[in-house]
Write a protein that binds this ligand. Structure first.
Ligand code: 9MR
Ligand code: ZN
Length: 531
């Protein structure tokens, strides 16, 4: 068996394959079966996370474009793969367009959604959980995941990944045409898509600046199309994490949208500063997810990192000394400063500070953040080398949504390359390789991409639409060594290595769901590789 990146390899990029049977030599064959490159197979040995004995082939030096296969002298032949500068264009567009398919409060029309069209969903008013007599209009945004809930901290995290992807690697986004309703309006499509979520976020804010934690029905809907989910919508109580993440992402979005639409940008900054006032007036950690509401909790244990992120973005946007002081004082709390969400967001604050380029930034602090990212990248690079599959993952990373970890590690390599003067491109590439098929199951974890791909995610519309091929571009949660569904043990026996603890079946949300903040780090990492 030979595992390859099923989306292909960039012409000048790192190119590798994993082989499971003994071999000494390999050839790259062109479409006529002629050998165009040969190399030695490396014996890696036992790979912990998969339990596999692994051999690898590195053909990075081979930089011809076209369609090829890889053959070993051990008798294995790979599926065919493409080498070219545009091999990730479809993947990048699909994982970016996934957000359009998750739009809520509108219908998806045939022109943009094709067979995945549906009627207008979740457009009725919500009532406050605490006082059902108060109605609010908060339609819009993206469905979070396989469920139809909309959660502020999750949305803010996904937005931050996408917006920072644009800030750091704008070229990748500038040429995109996602065929969404806003395409051709002069704004990069990914930013139009993000604006759809931001407009919803703005509706989640109360007049006093506080932000409702989530907007969902009382429990998850049945597996019906979004427009058939007619349950009463509730706005759940304001939380300090939601308010802080809201302030942060609105302040960040101000910097991004100012040049496209200064009125919209102004609204975002006003909202961010109003949220900050609420944070000031409410210094305590505040979160209440009533247990009668059984949709996603998105609980956290503290909000110090969230507040830090908010002040860092507000400072980056305004240069205001008060925000700088508050940011520094929040930083005293000692949370991780390279974590990129959804729950732990200190790394996003550090990113704001490192990349804003303000004269008011203090050098030792910039250096502290750079060093933290550089150290993290070194640690992950070491993990990558210890993995036969090239995954910057150890056993502890294989929990619910492990592909988020994989892609966030891709983000760390990208950020360290952009900010810390060392090139980790090859490491980031390897994380994408793992996602796209160089993994212990040889499967592509992105729907609609790859010859052997996930197709039955825990995703309501994909189940209810009766269409065999899943909506494309959805990044699957992936292997989880502790699936929460007892019946998963019928498919994954006890003792299965973490990288193999996965099954492509709709009922297993802790293995096979999708969510916006699993797609967003994949968009970021791919944008970096395409830069
Ligand atoms: O992604 C979340 C994962 O880290 C948690 O372990 C899990 C249980 O709390 O919840 C996941 O988030 C889900 C959310 O609660 C509801 N929408 C779908 C999300 C992805 O499964
Ligand atoms: Zn909806």
């Amino acid at each position: 068996m030979i595992y390859i990146n099923q989306s292909g390899y960039l012409t000048d990029g790192t190119k590798r394959a994993v082989i499971l049977d003994p071999a000494d030599k390999f050839d790259v064959l062109d479409s006529n079966g002629k050998s165009v490159f040969s190399g030695s197979v490396n014996y890696f040995g036992f790979d912990e996370c998969s339990g596999d004995e692994v051999y690898t082939a590195d053909f990075s030096e081979f930089a011809e474009e076209g369609s090829f296969t890889l053959r070993t002298d051990g008798g294995n032949v790979s599926e065919s793969f493409t080498i070219g500068s545009d091999v990730y264009d479809k993947l990048f567009d699909d994982i970016s367009k996934a957000f359009y398919y998750l739009r809520c409060g509108c219908g998806l029309d045939e022109k943009h959604a094709g067979v995945y069209k549906h009627g207008k969903c979740h457009h009725t008013k919500a009532v406050l959980w605490e006082d059902n007599s108060v109605e609010i209009e908060a339609s819009g945004g993206w469905h979070d995941a396989g469920d139809y809930g909309r959660y502020v901290t999750a949305g803010a995290t996904a937005l931050a990944h996408l917006l920072y992807g644009y800030v750091l690697f704008p070229k990748a986004f500038e040429k995109q045409n996602l065929n969404i309703p806003e395409s051709g309006n002069g704004v990069p499509d990914m930013l139009s898509e993000c604006r759809y979520e931001l407009e919803w976020l703005l509706k989640m804010q109360r007049a006093d600046g506080g932000v409702y934690h989530k907007l969902t029905t009382k429990g998850h809907a049945a597996f019906v199309m979004p427009d058939d989910d007619k349950g009463q919508l509730y706005a759940l109580p304001v939380s300090s994490m939601a308010t802080a993440d809201f302030a942060a992402v609105c302040a960040l979005a101000y910097r991004v949208y100012q040049k496209f639409d200064s009125t919209f940008a102004g609204k975002l900054l006003e909202a961010a500063e109003r949220a900050e006032k609420w944070l000031e007036a409410n210094p305590e950690f505040l979160f209440d997810n009533p247990k009668e509401c059984t949709t996603g909790g998105y609980g956290e244990w503290n909000d110090e990192d969230n507040r830090f992120w908010a002040y860092a973005e507000l400072f980056a946007t305004t240069g205001n000394k008060t925000y700088h002081d508050k940011m520094k004082s929040a930083l005293k709390k000692n949370f991780p400063i390279t974590h990129l969400g959804y729950a732990s967001v200190g790394g996003l604050g550090a990113l704001a500070y490192m990349t804003c380029g303000r004269a008011e930034c203090e050098n030792p602090l910039v250096e502290k953040f750079r060093k933290a990212y550089a150290d993290e990248a070194e640690m992950l690079a070491a993990l990558t080398q210890e993995s036969g599959y090239g995954a910057a993952m150890s056993e502890k990373h294989y929990f619910w949504g492990s592909n988020m970890n994989l892609m966030k590690h891709g983000m760390i390599f990208a950020i360290a390359t952009a900010c810390c003067q060392k090139d980790y491109t090859a490491y980031a590439q390897k994380q994408l390789d793992v996602l796209m098929g160089i993994n212990a199951l040889g499967i592509s974890y992105v729907t609609g991409n790859g010859y052997y791909r996930c197709n039955y995610p825990h995703l309501r519309p994909s189940s209810a639409d009766g269409i065999e091929e899943c909506i494309p571009g959805m990044v699957i949660g992936g292997p989880n060594k502790n699936p929460v569904e007892p019946t998963a043990r019928q498919f994954i026996s006890d003792g299965t290595p973490p990288m193999k603890s996965y099954v492509d079946r709709e009922e297993f949300y802790s293995l096979n769901e999708i969510t916006i903040y699993w797609n967003s780090p994949a968009v970021f990492t791919t944008a970096f590789l395409l830069k």
